[in-house]
Write a protein that binds this ligand. Structure first.
Ligand SMILES: CC(C)(COP(=O)(O)OP(=O)(O)OC[C@H]1O[C@@H](n2cnc3c(N)ncnc32)[C@H](O)[C@@H]1OP(=O)(O)O)[C@@H](O)C(=O)NCCC(=O)NCCS
Length: 475
């Protein structure tokens, strides 16, 4: 999918759609821009030839969007001073004189605010000439407030700002209280899981993610046939996590939900997204054995997720892998509600045809994750569209070639973000993560991978090596 299509698709809510400028749009733009009823209200009221406009477009590569309304171009949005660090942007809107005076400016601005908010911008700035009473009226009505003024060619330029609602994030941590599937043998028992959970909880309370952030623990309830070597410890794990509901963390509160263990961690991510979608702008999915131990992990990811020129859909906190398809290891990382809404649509379009049902039958699992009854899809089970989890890709075009990780969802969960037209990127910060599985916190046990950090998906860059405070969490 091209960048252009991405924006077209992404911003087509309601009747208004925003499309990034392409060279073919310039003659129309020049006509509207040069019209005396437009240029006369702008800070730069000069008239430009088409050649000059083409040169400017080529040179500056401006982020302008033309606005579609009932299938026609009715105006364009100008942006400048785009600040990805603090989430502020300067905007302007000019409407084709043919379409003025019927309330479209309000509709377009509302669409623009939704779009900017979904890209995690929180402050919209603009400059308007004092003589432009119509525009001033609109901005005041939209809630912009004046922040300053400067003389401008015999007029006064007024600076105005609108604060969009503060961003709210959530970190989703799936947990399971039984023997762990892919952990080293000696670490998979429940007393080790209890130690892990104490460590996770301590860090959740201590670490500042950099913006307001709640934590949702999704308990994947085990089935009667799951292996549990240490049943008492498994019960203690359950009580420990259940008891956290309502506990305060550094920048939010802990919530605990339970679900049947179908579709492993990636279905838990989907579960939390469906239960809490409307509450959170930023979504951090994190396996429980990839413990974040550094501050600002969410705030540091925001600039990448705001990128308007090259939309980024996922900031990986463990690491990225390029094979068999680009994906984030463990589906661990930070994304947005806007991106997940898009993925949901894409995944729905490619979801579960006959071939996939056949694949599920073939893959019906034993002893690891029980997943869905033979030939049943998560869609059948959940009765609704879902983020990619337990997602065999036969016939979808999403096939990654490794059936095992496909069916568990590790590849498809973030590969679908890439498929939907967003890039995946590695987290900027180093040394943010402890990989519990490989930290080697029990040196008494022979054969354990003591202190070894893996290096298969680049995650060692972000891994903090084993430290003694991990031992203090052990029972
Ligand atoms: C400014 C502009 C985008 C507004 O678009 P529009 O389609 O004309 O605006 P709308 O019909 O949505 O709204 C016009 C509002 O201004 C009000 N208005 C019109 N003339 C006005 C005036 N002289 N003084 C005060 N308010 C006025 C209308 O009553 C209406 O408000 P209401 O809905 O509260 O009654 C458009 O007129 C335009 O492109 N102008 C030229 C370029 C420009 O000024 N760009 C902005 C530079 S900062």
């Amino acid at each position: 999918m091209t960048l252009e299509n991405r924006y077209n698709h992404w911003s087509s809510r309601g009747v208004v759609a925003l499309h990034p400028f392409e060279p073919k749009d310039l003659p129309w733009f020049n006509e509207v821009r040069n019209h005396p009823d437009t240029a006369g209200y702008l800070h730069d009221s000069r008239v430009y030839s088409l050649e000059e406009t083409k040169d400017w477009f080529e040179r500056e590569k401006p982020l302008y969007w033309w606005v579609e309304y009932t299938r026609k171009p009715i105006g364009y949005i100008r942006t400048s001073n785009v600040n990805y660090e603090d989430g502020s942007i300067t905007v302007g809107l000019d409407i084709d004189p043919k379409f003025r005076g019927s309330g479209l400016a309000f509709k377009v601005y509302e669409e623009l605010f939704d779009f900017l908010r979904s890209r995690l911008f929180t402050r919209v700035n603009l400059e308007v000439l004092q003589s432009n009473e119509r525009a001033l009226h609109i901005y005041r009505k939209l809630g912009f407030v004046e922040t300053g003024s400067t003389p401008h060619n015999g007029d006064v330029s007024i600076a105005m700002t609108l604060e969009l609602p503060k961003l709210k994030a959530v970190k989703v941590i799936p947990v399971y209280f039984g023997d762990r599937r892919s952990w080293p043998k000696y670490q998979s028992d429940s007393h080790h899981v209890h130690g892990l959970l104490e460590y996770v909880i301590a860090k959740e309370k201590e670490i500042d993610p950099g913006i307001d952030c709640d934590t949702v623990f999704v308990i994947n309830c085990r089935s009667d046939t799951d292996t549990v070597t240490e049943k008492d410890w498994a019960s203690k794990c359950y009580e420990l996590v259940k008891g956290l509901d309502g506990t305060n963390t550094k920048r939010g509160v802990i919530k605990v939900v339970e679900r049947e263990n179908k579709g492993v961690s990636f279905a838990s991510y989907d579960h939390a997204f469906h239960e809490f979608r409307d509450l959170y702008d930023v979504w951090f999915f994190c396996e429980d054995d990839q413990v974040i131990v550094a501050d600002n992990v969410i705030s540091a990811a925001l600039p990448a997720l705001r990128n308007l020129a090259e939309p980024c859909g996922f900031v990986a906190t463990v690491g990225l892998a390029s094979t068999p398809k680009p994906h984030a290891h463990g589906g661990c990382g930070i994304t947005t509600r806007g991106v997940l809404d898009e993925v949901l649509k894409e995944a729905q379009n490619v979801s579960f045809k006959k071939e996939q049902h056949a694949s599920i039958s073939w893959f019906h699992r034993h002893g690891r994750a029980h997943d869905f009854p033979k030939a049943t899809s998560p869609f059948d089970y959940l009765g609704r569209p879902h983020l990619p989890c337990y997602f065999p890709s036969e016939g979808t075009g999403l096939g990654c070639g490794n059936k095992e990780i496909e069916i568990l969802g590790e590849v498809s969960f973030t590969w679908c973000i890439s498929y939907a037209g967003f890039s995946l990127t590695n987290h900027l910060l180093e040394k943010i993560n402890v990989n519990w599985k490989n930290a080697g916190h029990d040196s008494q046990v022979p054969g354990l991978w003591f202190g070894v950090l893996r290096n298969c998906h680049g995650e060692a860059v972000r891994m903090v090596p084993y430290t003694e405070d991990m031992d203090t969490a052990m029972p």
